[in-house]
Design a protein around this ligand. Sequence first.
Ligand code: UT7
Length: 353
Amino acid sequence: MTRREGDASVICGLGSSLPTRVVTNEDLTAAGLDTTDEWITRRTGISERRWAEEAVSTGDLATAAGRSALESADSPDADLVLVATSTPDRPLPATAPDVAHRLGLNHCPAFDMAAVCTGFLYALVAADALVQAGRYSRILVIGAETYSRIIDPRDRDTAAIFGDGAGAVLLRPGNADEPGAIGAAVLASDGARSDLIKVTAGGARLPHGDTIRPREERFFQMQGKPVFQNAVARMTEASRAVLESRRWPADSVEVFIGHQANQRILTAVASRLGIPETARYGNIRDVGNTAAASIPLAMAHAVRHQPPRRGARTVLTAFGGGLTWGAVTLTWPAVRTVDRPPEHRPDTKESTG
Ligand code: UT7
């Protein structure tokens, strides 16, 4: 599909940030989690993940990833900041305005996007539309999470999987035939299955109030098996839809990055679609499932370790709580990137622990 000149948004910056604290599978078993390195590796593909140090928050990771994306861009400025997260620094205000301020983007509009593990794709598609509508010309889209703060350290279904981190891209107006141009997109949700992935307490339906709620209400909960099945079906369906809309045969895809939920899910989706093995990129082994941060983190990892060809046909797909899911096509951007350490907020008095 060829589009008119100037009718696309283009990724012109890419950034990432990971906490320095590495937690290996052995560290989890040593801490008393009822699992083994062998089980986690075989059933999820994860060897280690990063968990933020006590003083590091989602906003600290988001600021560092955002700065890294701005530094990697042709022009380090933004006129809108979106932070996709389900682990914001506080219930309110949103994390994005603080991140924008810390990046020196004062008075720039900024808001959070809550679509759990699909959050980055939801924010990317919204940003693409806003750039194409001519509303904003430099949108910083950040996915940032600290799941280590909401998982139950005794729950092996979640504690073995989730990790912390942030990734970001900068979008500018451009042409559909430039490397980095966003193409087709599909987003969807199914609220009838909202119970499959949830944190029960702490919202309007079950506020914390003065009561200390039971563990299962305070911590993140996931029904692994149905989530697994839905993740495979929905990411396959969404990816197929965007491939059809671009008329891209699956074997012409050079870069396929799925939400890093579980290596078995990623392999099942890519195999069902017929994506060549050489096109399957990811970093789940090193960082686990970082929810909304996972796709930009995997993109940054690819650029640093096995840079795809500029302009290569690329498919991104994600699935998460809500339920939410989606897929996007683009061509691989002409960007370099450097991972930055989390940025501490010098004036923070609140404990994040
Ligand atoms: O990011 C958003 C979306 N999230 C996802 O997409 C995650 C989707 N789900 C999953 O990745 C997987 O379902 C899990 C990794 C959570 C669980 O893996 P599974 O292969 O689906 O395991 P299972 O729940 O079918 O359990 C198989 C066995 C059970 O033992 P029995 O009943 O066969 O004796 C579990 O008790 O494995 C056991 N098990 C574990 N054993 C050691 C479950 N978790 C663990 C563990 N360590 N961490």
